[in-house]
Design a protein around this ligand. Structure first.
Ligand code: ADP
Length: 344
């Protein structure tokens, strides 16, 4: 599969060459990036169809804005969007990394993965246009759902399970495409809204983008890695497979059912590496129903092959949704010192 015209419509052949060279031999996502998905090429959108309205936050490259997109297709007059920007004076490497992010996101077409609607790459500043996810990130949402004082939660077990299922479905889509995300965590999931109709989506491909970058090792090596979400074979041997994402997903489940605690409260990354490598594991949240704890524990098997696939995880979560014992359980209470729970 060396004949890659995936990203050809919007980039010069020289960037294309460099992009391919940046894909390392040991990269399990290599086939994914070089495979052909002609129907999902990057779509260049005329800049004048776009209005930026409000700053949403700061991304790795530049600001992220809320905006609207006019007349994208015949029956949609105006579409709310999020626009990632790349400052005009960016380095060559940032240009490539930014493009890579658009290429990666555009490979997916699933309700639980953020959609890329198109790009403005012909002029500066360059834009990546994404569907707008107005509910913010999952971790903040979970933390905000704690009512202060009595530790009760404004969300039901059913709502939490549905969030877990949303992300498992997104992960299954990545798994089917043999794509390893490498950074499945509550902070990287975004919500369509905060209300009961909310849908959670996997939305940050920064880590999978960065491994294509020749700048990767300069960006800080281990200090940049999400150690608390990684299985031992990943931080010890650098092995990443879909079962890496399964482990991280188990930690994400723990985050959901503790309403957004920092995993391994009070422990540093270095503590956690030693602890996990020698067989230590997170305790499932207090009073977590056994059926649910078991899923987390399966995700954290030291033998990667034995960890469940995302299809299996979805089946197990579906059974939780049909089990009154799970549905009627109290959403867990804090049993760690509060000060440790929200530290990053
Ligand atoms: P980067 O991965 O480049 O660091 P992020 O994805 O973290 O950037 O985005 C920075 C900010 O923009 C975050 O606050 C995030 O919540 C927000 N954001 C990113 N994508 C969207 C989106 N599709 N809809 C709404 N907000 C978004």
């Amino acid at each position: 599969s060396d004949d890659n015209n995936d990203v050809a419509p919007v980039q010069s052949s020289s960037i294309d060459m460099q992009l391919r060279c940046a894909v390392t031999e040991l990269n399990p996502n290599y086939d994914f990036i070089t495979a052909k998905y002609p129907e999902q090429q990057l779509r260049e959108i005329p800049r004048n169809k776009l209005t930026l309205t409000r700053l949403l936050g700061q991304g790795a490259f530049g600001e992220v804005y809320e905006g609207s997109l006019k007349n994208l297709c015949a029956n949609v007059k105006e579409l709310p969007v999020a626009v990632k920007t790349l400052p005009a004076l960016s380095m060559d490497q940032a240009e490539k990394d930014f493009l890579m992010e658009a290429v990666i996101i555009s490979k997916f077409m699933h309700k639980n993965v953020v959609k890329c609607l198109g790009v403005c790459f012909e002029e500066h500043p360059r834009y990546i246009i994404l569907e707008l996810l107005e509910g913010g990130d999952l971790r903040t949402f979970l933390r905000d759902s704690r009512t202060k004082g009595d530790h009760a939660c404004t969300l039901s077990m059913e709502e939490l399970l549905k969030l877990a299922l949303d992300i498992a479905n997104g992960c299954r889509h990545l798994e089917e495409k043999h794509f390893v995300h490498r950074d499945v965590a509550a902070r990287n999931c975004l919500l369509t809204s905060r209300g009961p109709e909310r849908i959670a989506k996997i939305a940050d491909f920064g880590m999978s983008r960065d491994i294509y970058s020749s700048d990767y090792y300069r960006k800080g090596g281990k200090a940049m890695l999400p150690i608390k979400w990684m299985p031992p074979e990943a931080f010890l041997d650098g092995v990443f497979t879909s079962k890496t994402d399964t482990w991280s997903y188990g930690v994400l489940l723990w985050e959901i059912f503790t309403l957004g605690y920092m995993p391994y409260p009070g422990q540093t990354n270095s503590d956690v590496m030693h602890f996990v490598a020698s067989g230590g594991r997170l305790d499932p949240p207090d009073k977590c129903p056994a059926r649910l704890s078991k899923i987390m524990i399966m995700c954290w098997n030291s033998v990667a092959d034995i960890r469940p696939s995302f299809s299996e995880i979805i089946e197990l979560l579906d059974m939780c949704l049909q089990d009154d014992e799970v549905l009627n359980a109290n959403v867990s209470l804090c049993h760690y010192p509060m000060s440790d729970c929200f530290k990053d």
